[in-house]
Design a binder for this molecule. Sequence first.
Ligand code: ATP
Length: 259
Amino acid sequence: MEPILQIKNLTKNFGGLCAVSNVSMQINQGELIGLIGPNGAGKTTLFNLLTGVYEPSSGLIEFNEDGKKIQLGGLKPYKITAYGIARTFQNIRLFKTMTVLENVKVAMHKNIRYGTLAAILRLPSYYSEEKWVEEKACELLKEVGLYGKRNEQATNLPYGEQRRLEIARALAIQPKILFLDEPAAGMNPQETAELTNLIYRIRDKYNLTIILIEHDMSLVMKICERIYVLDYGKLIANGNPEEIRNNEFVIKAYLGEEI
Ligand SMILES: Nc1ncnc2c1ncn2[C@@H]1O[C@H](COP(=O)(O)OP(=O)(O)OP(=O)(O)O)[C@@H](O)[C@H]1O
């Protein structure tokens, strides 16, 4: 089967700094992939290239949409999102003054089919779609365990729950590929364990391909089927957790740290 995402010789320069250097990757549909590397290795820059935040200096990003090859490199983020590619951010980006439910509903705008006129005139189609959005948003909140908090202000949630809300927002666009940027950051062990179950569950339920950046090595080694390792912008290894743990280049890159 053709990979869902193929990255070929991707490079991003910031002035004289090469943050992502000639990176090639192949991601298959349904895989749970880890992207790791020491601080400043280029992980977030790679995510930013894949989701349209940055334009590549060179190289290709090819998304396989049911057999049709689509070049994502240089497309605006909203266009990439429209292909079903969602992400969460390292620094949580929720609408602070909105409730938990409103945050998910706003993220669902892409799937709302009623026209502006129907919305302004409050036509029946607007009400039925609005009801659909509300039901779907509630369903997603149940999925991430936040339904009981749907009317609370998003910023009042503890950190771990805000991260889960970000995942619900990403799921609201009905993605095919989900990028998670440090989903376990700031979580306690219990929250991390819940997150692990959540990631497995949503992958299976929504038939997702998931790629995650994570510094929590025990989480990465536990859930990722395959891991790519970046160091100074270059890909230094690709393999299953066992292979990565024993890879001499990876051990060297992480010198002194627990892998
Ligand atoms: N917009 C930018 N302008 C200039 N340099 C940048 C920019 N974004 C990232 N960099 C540089 O690119 C390199 C890679 O950064 P990046 O944030 O992608 O690494 P990372 O692997 O995600 O690090 P961390 O694990 O600390 O989040 C770093 O040297 C960083 O300073």
